[in-house]
Design a protein around this ligand. Structure first.
Ligand SMILES: Cc1cc2nc3c(=O)[nH]c(=O)nc-3n(C[C@H](O)[C@H](O)[C@H](O)COP(=O)(O)OP(=O)(O)OC[C@H]3O[C@@H](n4cnc5c(N)ncnc54)[C@H](O)[C@@H]3O)c2cc1C
Length: 406
C-alpha cells in the first residue's frame, strides 16, 4: 500500500492549484454576485489540458489517470464550485461515458473535440417530475427510418445553455416504460443546433451562481441512429455508470471545499480577537476546526480509494457513492461551521464562507441525494444490492495506452 502521490500527481495538483488561483479566484466573487457564467474560462481550461485530463492522448486528452481527475476537481473547487461543476458534467458524466460505451466513430466525432475543449458536453437525465426516481422520466424516442425522434423536457441540467453536446436518456420501449422496466431506456448523443432542441437557464438558484444550470426542451428532435450510445435498452445502465464517474468528481470537489473552509477558518480564527485572545484559543472554536480536519482527511481518503479502484478497472459504485455522500455532507457541515467561526462577517459576502455554504448544498442533492446514497449503502450492507457486470466497463488506466499517440 502506498499513500504517496506520484511525481505526475503532484505536478497536476500544482498546475491546477496555480491555474485556479490565477484564472478563477480573482473573478469568482463578482461572477457569483452577478450570476454570471464566464465562458472565457473554458478555452483557458482547455489550454491546460484540464477538460480532457484523464482521457487518452489518442482521443485528444492529456493521458493522465483517474486520480489526476480527482486532484483536479479538489483544486478547482477549493477556489470555485462552479468550475468543478464543469468537470463533473463535461468529463465525469459525459466524456468518460463516451470512453466507456462509445464506438470508435463516436469517440472520434465527439470525444476528441470534447477532450480538447473545442466542444463542451453535458448530461441530461433529470426531468421536471423525475430526479431520484430515474425510471419516472417521461422523455421518449421513437424510431423513424434511420433516425430516432426525441421528445421531452430535461430540467436542472448543468451547462444546459453552454454545452454543444448533450447525453440524453429517453424511453425507446413504451411497454417497458409503462412497466418501469429499465431495459426500455436508451442513451443518445445530441448536438446543439438540431431542429426541435432548445435550452434555457434557470434563475434564482441558492448556489453555483457563477455556473450555468438550465433546461433542455426537445420537440421531435431527429437524432441519427448511429448516435445511440451503447445498445438499445442499455440507457439506464449507461446513466448509472456515468454517475459512478460524476459522483467521483463531486466527492473530490467537495473535499476541496472542506479544505477551503478549513483554510478560511484557520486564518480568521488567528486574526479575530474576543475576550483578549484570538478566537482560535477558545476550545469550542477549536472543536469546529478539528472537525474540519477530520472531515477533510477522511473525505480525501475515500475519494482517492475510489480513484485507485478506477485506475485498476475495478467496479467502484459502492466506494464512489460512499465518498460522494461523506464528502458532500461534510462540506456542507464544514461550511456551516466556517460561517459560525466568522460570526456576523461570515453572514456577508465580504468573506467567501457564505458562498461556500450556499454552494455546498447543491452537491448534497445532485448526482444522487444524501438519502439515495444512504439507501444504496444500506442495500449493499444488507445484501439487497450487488453490481452486475456491465457489457463495457470503464477501462483500467494503462499509462502506455493512455499516452499513445493516434
Ligand atoms: C445545481 C444542480 C445541478 C444539476 N445538474 C444536473 C445535470 O447536469 N444533469 C442532470 O441530469 N441532473 C442534474 N441535477 C439534478 C439532480 O441530479 C437532481 O436534483 C437530484 O437527482 C434529485 O432529484 P430531484 O431534485 O427531482 O429530487 P426528488 O427525487 O424529487 O427528491 C426530493 C427529496 O426526496 C428524497 N427522496 C427521494 N426518493 C427517496 C427515497 N426513495 N427514500 C428517501 N428519500 C427520498 C430526496 O433525497 C430529496 O431529499 C442538478 C441539480 C442541481 C441542484
Amino acid at each position: 500500500m502506498d499513500f504517496a502521490l506520484s511525481e505526475e500527481h503532484l505536478m497536476v495538483q500544482k498546475m491546477v492549484r496555480e491555474f485556479a488561483e490565477r484564472e478563477i479566484a480573482p473573478t469568482v466573487k463578482e461572477n457569483d454576485r452577478k450570476h454570471t457564467f464566464d465562458r472565457s474560462i473554458l478555452p483557458k481550461m482547455a489550454a491546460q489540458g484540464i477538460l480532457g485530463i484523464c482521457i487518452p492522448v489518442r482521443y485528444g486528452g492529456a493521458g493522465m489517470d483517474y486520480i489526476s481527475l480527482g486532484l483536479t476537481c479538489e483544486e478547482l473547487e477549493r477556489v470555485d464550485t462552479s468550475a468543478r461543476v464543469i468537470m463533473s458534467v463535461h468529463v465525469g458524466l459525459n466524456s468518460l461515458g463516451l470512453l466507456q460505451w462509445g464506438t470508435e466513430e463516436q469517440k472520434q466525432k465527439y470525444l476528441v473535440p470534447q477532450a480538447m475543449g473545442q466542444k463542451i458536453a453535458t448530461y441530461g437525465l433529470t426531468e421536471p417530475a423525475a430526479g431520484s426516481d430515474v425510471l419516472g422520466i417521461q422523455s421518449t424516442a421513437r424510431r423513424e427510418g434511420d433516425h430516432w425522434i426525441l421528445n421531452g423536457e430535461k430540467m436542472w441540467i448543468s451547462l444546459a445553455d453552454v454545452a454543444d453536446h448533450f447525453l440524453i436518456f429517453a424511453w425507446t420501449d413504451m411497454e417497458k416504460k409503462r412497466a418501469r422496466d429499465h431495459t426500455g431506456m436508451s442513451a443518445f448523443i445530441v448536438e446543439r443546433g438540431w431542429p426541435g432542441l432548445e435550452t434555457g437557464t434557470i434563475h434564482g438558484k441558492l448556489g453555483v451562481r457563477a455556473g450555468n444550470t438550465g433546461f433542455i426542451s426537445m420537440t421531435d428532435v431527429p437524432v441519427p441512429a448511429e448516435n445511440m450510445l451503447g445498445l438499445e435498452g442499455e440507457g439506464f445502465r449507461i446513466a448509472m455508470s456515468c454517475l459512478d464517474n460524476g459522483r467521483y468528481t463531486v466527492a473530490a470537489g467537495a473535499t476541496g471545499l472542506i479544505r477551503a473552509c478549513l483554510e478560511a477558518s484557520v486564518k480568521y480564527a488567528n486574526e479575530r480577537q474576543t475576550f483578549g485572545v484570538p478566537i482560535g484559543q477558545h476550545q469550542l472554536v477549536q472543536q469546529m476546526i478539528a472537525n474540519m480536519v477530520l472531515k477533510y482527511e477522511a473525505a480525501r481518503l475515500l475519494y482517492l480509494r475510489a480513484g485507485w479502484l478506477k485506475n485498476q478497472g475495478i467496479r467502484n459504485t459502492r466506494e464512489t457513492g460512499l465518498a460522494k455522500w461523506f464528502a458532500t455532507q461534510s462540506s456542507f457541515e464544514s461550511a456551516d461551521d466556517a460561517v459560525e467561526i466568522h460570526g456576523a462577517y461570515g453572514y456577508s459576502d465580504e468573506y467567501d464562507v457564505e458562498r461556500y455554504l450556499r454552494n455546498s448544498k447543491g452537491a448534497v442533492i445532485y448526482e444522487g441525494s444524501k438519502e439515495i446514497q444512504q439507501l444504496m449503502q444500506a442495500q449493499y450492507a444488507l445484501g439487497y444490492r450487488s453490481d452486475k457486470p456491465l457489457r463495457c466497463e470503464l477501462p483500467a488506466y494503462d499509462p502506455e495506452e493512455w499516452q499513445r499517440e493516434a
